[in-house]
Design a protein around this ligand. Structure first.
Ligand SMILES: O=C(O)CCC(=O)C(=O)O
Ligand SMILES: [Fe+2]
Length: 365
């Protein structure tokens, strides 16, 4: 979990309730997610890891012109991975995008469909070429320094019907996230990290990313927008600030490192999410990876790497030092972790593609 800069080995036992975060979030209660028309580099640095922020006009790329109709015309026959919800049940599946046109007309608060596909960058590269990450997040990002075998997909394609929602979770590695809406509307609840998270009994799961780490999330499908969820929010607001807001076309939210969040689409909504590892959160990315590795391998220590003492003292690290330490960490990733990561990436792509082959076979018959 996020750290105030303490030694990463020393805190590997710190668990859900006990972690420390560098943020100063102020008083408890209800808070609106701050909005800015644009975001300068200095403002981004000030918000990063401290507060969520909605950027209203900071993004300009051809994908801003996308509509559901255009997407359907261009990619109706492209397969995507999705999650189907029926009550608290969730099922993974893959289908051609055109099928969503019918499905979306039959959704209810209890039954919805969410195309959530992180393999799009690789499988449909021309689609996301029109949709680069927000420049401020791309300006400093150490993730591309990881070996190819364990790189996460840089973008997450999120096309949800009305009523669709994410779980309550913290993003893997405590990366800083961005979530850009292209059409539709997405509501958010964000809660800073801290012991108050016991109000929704979070669990520690596995991220499933090629470079594995724990993923902290609520696993009983609690929704902050349900009756039960609203009660939880009332209790949470007595202990911590709960940030709420919504984003529409062309706007993006910056999700601070380590914060709990949940999103809900109030109409058919397409968003592209991204992530960055920078000088503000790289220690957490390294710590979370090492913590997971040593837990999974019953204490098999992560190989030593030159950390330049950045884990010994809290506080800011010069970007050049952060990058050098991240490079040293990337070079220390054990061979078996790389091999596993590569298999994981290929499995994920073939899970969506497999269905395509089967369909191709059926057509031929
Ligand atoms: O848009 C969503 O449904 C959730 C996205 C999310 O959790 C993220 O961007 O980190
Ligand atoms: Fe997230």
């Amino acid at each position: 979990m996020p750290s105030g800069g303490e030694s990463w080995r020393g805190t590997c036992t710190a668990e859900l309730a006990g972690y420390v975060h560098a943020v100063r979030v102020g008083a408890a209660g209800r808070a609106a997610i701050p909005r800015v028309a644009n975001l300068t580099g200095a403002e981004f640095a000030a918000y990063d890891g401290q507060l969520p922020v909605i950027v209203e006009r900071g993004y300009d790329a051809p994908c801003l012109a996308w509509t559901w109709e255009k997407l359907l015309a261009a990619h109706g026959e492209t397969r995507f991975a999705a999650t189907a919800a029926t009550g608290k049940d969730r099922q993974g599946l893959a289908f051609e995008l055109a099928a969503l046109e019918t499905m979306r007309k039959h959704v209810t608060p209890d039954q919805w469909m969410y195309v959530m596909d992180e393999t799009v960058t690789q499988r449909v590269p021309d689609l996301l070429r029109d949709c680069p990450p927000p420049p401020l997040l791309a300006a400093e990002d150490f993730f591309p320094l990881l070996p190819a075998e364990v790189q996460s997909f840089p973008a997450f394609f999120l096309l949800g019907t009305e009523h669709s929602e994410s779980s309550i979770h913290v993003d893997p590695f405590n990366w800083t996230g961005s979530n850009l809406v292209l059409f539709g509307r997405k509501e958010w609840v964000l809660v800073p990290p801290g012991a108050h998270d016991q109000e929704f009994r979070p669990a520690r799961t596995t991220s499933g990313l090629p470079l594995p780490s724990f993923k902290y999330q609520e696993t009983s499908r609690l929704s902050f927008w349900s009756k039960e969820g609203r009660k939880v929010l009332q209790r949470l607001r007595k202990k911590a600030p709960v940030y709420e807001g919504s984003i529409g076309p062309g706007e993006y939210l910056v999700i601070p490192s380590g914060w709990w969040h949940q999103a809900r689409n109030t109409e058919l909504t397409l968003a592209i999410a991204g992530q960055t590892c920078n000088a503000a959160n790289f220690r957490s990315v390294i710590k979370e990876t090492v913590r997971f590795h040593e837990h999974e391998n019953r204490g098999r220590a992560w190989p030593a790497f030159e950390d330049r003492g950045v884990f010994a003292t809290p506080g800011p690290v010069p970007p050049a030092t952060a990058e050098a330490v991240f490079r040293a960490f990337a070079a220390s990733i054990p061979q078996d972790v790389l091999a596993k990561g590569q298999r994981q990436l290929q499995d994920e792509i073939s899970q969506v593609e497999q269905a395509k082959k089967e369909r191709g076979r059926k057509k031929k018959k």
